[in-house]
Write a protein that binds this ligand. Structure first.
Ligand code: GUN
Length: 294
């Protein structure tokens, strides 16, 4: 059964290992370190854990990273001031504002304020527009990580039917825009969402099913086709009788579907580690661009 499980940790470690080596070469040539600025507003425990992991990963690779922690009642103008400073700071190659932001702050306005050349999250309208028309751009990290996993496991995508569950700006929409591109996956893509009448009618047609809906164990064996590949993007905290009082589970009922799939990403250890690897990859790409090395 083990060979059915996609090892996101292994693939992400390989990507990070390569970036670390390249960074060492840059530093040995007397160049500055790549720099990433992270902002977290408020005290959402999941966001705190993601930002801490991102910062740690940067430091392990030899990047400079900083975390700016702001209180939940910070104003939009204050957030904008920090972004302006980072936009103008030559030692910062990437800017990441951890989402979600508190209600008084307009997320779209904040994202638009980031210099697109430092938009390592790939959320800026400039990055999204470039993605849609197939230009080189920063691709948001989770979707980019999914494509890397698909490539690493040599999953055939050309002419296959990819069904995406969820239409978020962070996952569903960019994944849609990656899979139909001729030079990336060349797939036929369907996106289903809370407005879809009979979701199962579509999910059962999927050769590759990408699930990013944020509902624990939402997809069951009855919803899928025999032999499909499942990419589970969900990271849900559910109550558990352990030290932490919770455990992490995906949007797919892993135990229920395992018999029926040909490949599946586990949660944790599937897509999650890839998101961080792609953030590092985007930051390193920005660094090389800004030093005019690419
Ligand atoms: N919140 C959940 N996922 C992400 C992500 O990839 N980037 C940012 N900035 N916020 C998130």
């Amino acid at each position: 059964m083990i060979e059915k499980i996609i090892d996101g940790k292994k693939v992400s470690n390989e990507i990070k290992g390569n970036i670390k080596l390249e960074t060492e070469i840059m530093l040995s040539q007397g160049k500055r370190k790549p720099g990433l600025a992270l902002m977290i507003v408020g005290n959402n425990p999941a966001s705190e854990s993601y930002v801490t992991s991102k910062d740690k990963a940067c430091k392990t690779l030899g990047f400079n990273s900083l975390i700016l922690r702001l209180p939940s009642d910070v104003t939009e103008n204050e957030v904008m001031d920090y972004i302006h400073n980072w936009n103008n700071d030559d030692t910062i190659d990437g800017i990441l504002i951890q989402l979600p932001l508190p209600k008084q702050i307009n997320e779209n306005r904040v994202i638009e304020e980031i210099n697109p050349e430092k938009d390592v999250d790939g959320f800026h309208p400039t990055s999204v527009g470039k993605l849609v028309i197939g230009l080189d751009c920063f691709v948001s990290c989770t979707p980019a990580g999914i494509i890397e996993l698909i490539k690493a496991y040599k999953v055939e995508t050309s002419g296959k039917h990819v069904v995406i569950v969820g239409r978020s700006n962070i996952v569903g929409k960019p994944i849609l825009n990656l899979f139909y591109q001729k030079n990336i996956a060349n797939s036929t893509v369907t996106i289903v969402h809370t407005g879809t009448k009979d979701m199962t009618e579509f999910t059962k047609q999927a050769d590759i099913l990408v699930v990013a809906i944020g509902v624990p164990n939402f997809i069951k064996a009855k919803d899928i086709k025999e032999g499909c590949v499942i990419i589970d993007v969900g990271i849900n905290r559910v109550d558990a009788n352990n030290e932490k009082g919770y455990k992490i589970c995906g949007d797919v009922d892993f135990e229920d579907v395992l018999e029926k799939v040909s490949l599946i990403t586990p949660v944790p250890g599937g897509v999650g580690p890839m998101t961080i690897a792609m953030l590092l990859s985007n930051t390193f790409k920005s660094y090389k661009k800004r030093l005019k090395l690419i």
